[in-house]
Write a protein that binds this ligand. Structure first.
Ligand SMILES: [Zn+2]
Length: 159
């Protein structure tokens, strides 16, 4: 049996006048992520972890941020396309563990819904997708509320 681990990380600026998309859903907040797509930092980290585990490059290679095709795109579509690439290589997802790093807002109330959304796109159980959150104790750009980061680890198994 062949297993492959993958790691993904992503950052976005938080700015006024943008919606905060996280884990495939819109979170009520006075700032949102700045980016070419909907700038969903968690879904982007998951895409990169999936691609990394299958040794398929990174998100920028498959979904370039200078392409009009991906402008303001719903990142759930990027996850969908990514899992199709991974399945083409005959891998299935065993589990995913993630951490979102942000000072505000608190996302605890939304985590269950995010897990359901991601599990449904990937065709896995909600028990196989973990979403954790942390602050940076007010330190650095995340602590100042200027940005948001997400980390994801994925385990794939050869089908
Ligand atoms: Zn991103």
């Amino acid at each position: 049996m062949s297993y492959r681990v993958g790691f993904g990380i992503d950052f976005h600026q938080l700015t006024e006048g943008r919606d905060l998309w996280l884990g495939g859903m819109k979170i009520p907040f006075h700032k949102g992520s700045l980016g070419h797509s909907d700038a969903d930092v968690l879904l982007h980290a998951i895409c990169d972890a999936l691609l990394g585990a299958a040794c398929l490059g990174d998100i920028g290679l498959h979904f370039p941020n200078d392409s009009v095709e991906f402008q303001d795109i719903d990142s759930k579509i990027l996850v969908q396309r990514t899992i199709e690439l991974v399945k083409k290589e005959n891998y299935v997802v065993v589990n995913i563990d993630t951490t979102v790093c942000l000072e505000a807002p608190k996302i605890k109330a939304h985590v269950e819904q995010m897990r359901k959304i991601i599990a449904s796109i990937l065709g896995i159980s909600v028990n196989d997708i973990s979403i954790k959150a942390t602050t940076t104790e007010k330190m650095g750009f995340i602590g100042r509320g200027e940005g948001i980061a997400a980390y994801a680890t994925v385990l794939l198994k050869k089908a």
